[in-house]
Ligand binder design. Structure first.
Ligand code: FAD
Length: 393
């Protein structure tokens, strides 16, 4: 087949880009390795930035979000030095998050894209991208029946994540990868239990971080910092709840509502940024462009922001012959990406016992962390800065 723009991956980046291109009348196709059911059920992010919600609204893509999204704006910190709350709608630029599960956003965007006549090929794995230095790149896929096929494109948008074919297609030396392993890991849990706080809970504790995030009236997300190498099933349900009680200081601040753990995953905190985000006719978007550790909930929001920047640049080029936006795509996105990386890094340092190479945490590092939390608790200037960065992209 052929299309002006071939999009690899049907995550938030690829689907947003597809919908925006379709609305500009640009011919595109989305190629996705997984099945439609799989992408529509994959539970991941939940916190959408005001910029993301506004962008969806501007393009009429926000019906689900308006109906089922929940406004959210309070963080509760439980620390060695007591508890405090910040309502970030009253701080910084005065903006809240919208809590809306990523898989619901993905489901909406798939439905809207198909409804508007868009083409998605599910169960279609991209194997290779070639010829991106020339005028007519080629994308090789294996379809659901195991047959291989080729797609011809003017441009290829790699929205297929950090392990995707887009990154693999970059010739050695074409793009530099800045990488950091933060040494921190989370056991991420989904519990069939109503939320126990009316806020996002961030607990710092000598045993490590614990987090609480409402997902719906019936389901709550919890996170427990764990040592590197922990396996998903190492911790029994009882141990999970006991550890959450301890770190969230349930005795002092009230019990947690327990329930069945319905999903678990271990996340190692790693970040990387590719520079530049373009090689010839190939553009990197979302997690393919930069992986960001989940501590500040930026990944999906960045993916949507970059998709918008790329959609406008592609429209300028393909409809009006103006290539400036494409030339500036990388630089524009990297500015947002590095700011998000910086804030995410700050959050990691704020909330975790960050182990050194030998696995232990230095008392000096711990002293800095407590001072940082105290500054956030007591300084309005710090709080405004936090609020602006926490909801910003
Ligand atoms: P993905 O969503 O990863 O989509 C890539 C798609 O490409 C996938 O569908 C994949 O199947 C497909 N694909 C891969 N390889 C191929 C191939 N070879 N051929 C064809 N298709 C392929 N972000 C936030 O903003 N807020 C949050 O609250 C938040 N919480 C998170 C919590 C957790 C536990 C995790 C793991 C992440 C969280 N994130 C959060 C990050 C967010 O989920 C990602 O940044 C986001 O999904 C990136 O979107 P994407 O479209 O770039 O990539």
């Amino acid at each position: 087949g052929s299309a002006e723009v071939v999009i690899l991956g049907a995550g938030p980046a690829g689907l947003m880009l597809g919908n925006l291109l379709l609305r500009s009348g640009i011919d595109c196709v989305v190629l996705e390795r997984a099945s439609r059911e799989h992408v529509q059920q994959r539970a991941r992010a939940g916190f959408l930035a005001p910029h993301t919600a506004a962008l969806l609204a501007r393009h009429g893509l926000d019906e689900g979000l308006r109906k089922r999204g929940q406004e959210h704006s309070v963080c509760e910190f439980r620390t060695e030095d007591g508890r405090f709350r910040l309502d970030y709608r009253l701080l910084g630029k005065g903006e809240p998050h919208t809590v809306y599960p990523q898989h619901e956003l993905v489901t909406d965007l798939v439905g809207l894209f198909l409804g508007a006549g868009g083409r998605i090929h599910f169960d279609t794995e991209v194997l290779d991208v070639t010829g991106v230095e020339g005028p007519r790149p080629s994308v090789t896929v294996r379809d659901a029946d195991g047959r291989s096929a080729h797609w011809r494109a003017r441009y290829v948008a790699a929205c297929d994540g950090r392990h995707g074919a887009g990154r693999r297609a970059l010739p050695p030396g074409a793009v530099r990868r800045r990488h950091r392993d933060h040494g921190v890991s989370w056991l991420g849990l989904l519990a069939e239990a109503p939320p126990s706080l009316d806020a996002v809970g961030y607990a710092t504790h000598p045993r490590g971080f614990a987090g609480h995030m409402a997902r719906s009236p019936e389901v709550t997300r919890y996170y427990l910092q764990c040592t590197r190498g922990t396996e998903v099933d190492d911790w029994s349900e009882e141990r999970v709840w006991d550890e959450l009680d301890l770190r969230m200081r349930a005795e002092e601040f009230g019990p947690l509502r327990r329930g069945r753990i319905i999903q678990r995953a271990v996340v190692d905190f790693e970040s990387d940024v590719l520079e530049p985000l373009r090689h010839g006719a190939l553009f990197l978007v979302g997690d393919a462009a930069s992986l960001i550790s989940p501590s500040a909930a930026k990944g999906a929001n960045l993916a949507v922001l970059e998709a918008d920047i790329l959609a406008r640049a592609l429209a300028d080029d393909l409809l009006h012959g103006d290539a400036e936006g494409l030339d500036r795509y990388s630089e524009r996105c990297l500015e947002h990406i590095w700011r998000a990386q910086e804030f995410s890094h700050w959050m990691i340092q704020l909330l975790h016992r960050v182990p050194g190479p030998d696995g232990s945490t230095s008392p000096f590092q711990e002293g800095l962390r407590r001072a940082r939390l105290k500054a956030l608790r007591s300084s309005r200037t710090q709080q405004d800065w936090f609020a602006e960065n926490y909801v910003g992209v």
